[in-house]
Design a protein. Sequence first.
Length: 156
Amino acid sequence: MRDLAAGAGVSFATPFNQFGSKAAVMHALSARRIDAMAQRFADAPPHSNVADRVLLAVSIATEVMLEEPEVNRAVMSWIGTAGSNGKVLAHSTALWTRALAAGEGLSEEALARLPAQLAFAFRGVLSFWTAGELSDQDLRANAREMASRLLIAAKR
């Protein structure tokens, strides 16, 4: 927390005064990351193919995480153990819903279930990266493989 405050150019107490607790700070940082992912996806040239959109979202999401890997690993570690509930799943699911869009070629059931499944799976890949079991260089490829496999399974 001291490093985060120093990096932001504020006193150590400022984040706590603004957010109330370490959990709230970490959830706010997580939300900012997901917001950045969603904004970059919205700003990217449109893709007409559902697989291309999802893989673009994965690439953007991993890019955001790798911009500040130490900070993002700390955030991921903390929200994974936080005593307070955040809204990370709902926030992440919204990103994947946007990427799936109309879900051409997918059944209604698959389209309804895939956003949460992509959120769970991406968070799973991130958990291995956070734990140091997956390198920065391998994060993107493994996340894309995970998303590809989910899309293949959903089209069956």
